[in-house]
Design a protein around this ligand. Structure first.
Ligand code: FE2
Ligand code: FE2
Length: 141
């Protein structure tokens, strides 16, 4: 079962940005798939760490873009990013004690994030400032 399925409600209305978000969903699903196949806590922690890193890379790119353009809602948007990263870290901390519940929490948080964050913060940002470099570029280095 995939962790997150693309929904039209995730769309920010800009094809390139939606493409990046789809790529991120693919990456998250791939790692989650690996996570569900393993019974080893160590492997699970590595996968969760990769999910966190991939999402952080995407956020860092957006934040750099906002900063460079002196975006008026930079701090609010960055604050929302930090909140999600904190929640993922919290899920990671509880993983060992309750893997199944942690996976459920992860999918719920990410679904909520894609639905709310993309529609509000990301949609506003990209409508005001346009597109930025694809996620894949940020993941190379
Ligand atoms: Fe985004
Ligand atoms: Fe964002």
């Amino acid at each position: 079962m995939v962790l997150i399925e693309w929904k039209n409600s995730y769309s920010v209305g800009i094809a390139d940005v939606d493409y990046e978000h789809r790529q991120m969903i693919d990456m998250i699903n791939e790692l989650h798939e690996r996570l569900s196949r393993t019974t080893e806590t160590v492997d699970a922690t590595v996968s969760l760490g990769e999910i966190l890193r991939g999402i952080s890379a995407h956020f860092a790119l957006e934040e750099r873009f906002m900063h460079e353009h002196h975006y008026d809602q930079f701090s609010q948007h960055k604050g929302a990013h930090e909140q999600l990263l904190d929640e993922i870290r919290d899920i990671m901390d509880g993983y060992e004690a309750n893997p199944e519940n942690s996976s459920k929490r992860l999918s719920r948080q990410l679904d909520l994030w894609f639905t709310e964050h993309c529609k509000t913060h990301d949609a506003r940002l990209h409508k005001m400032l346009g597109n930025h470099e694809p996620l894949s570029d940020a993941r190379k280095g």
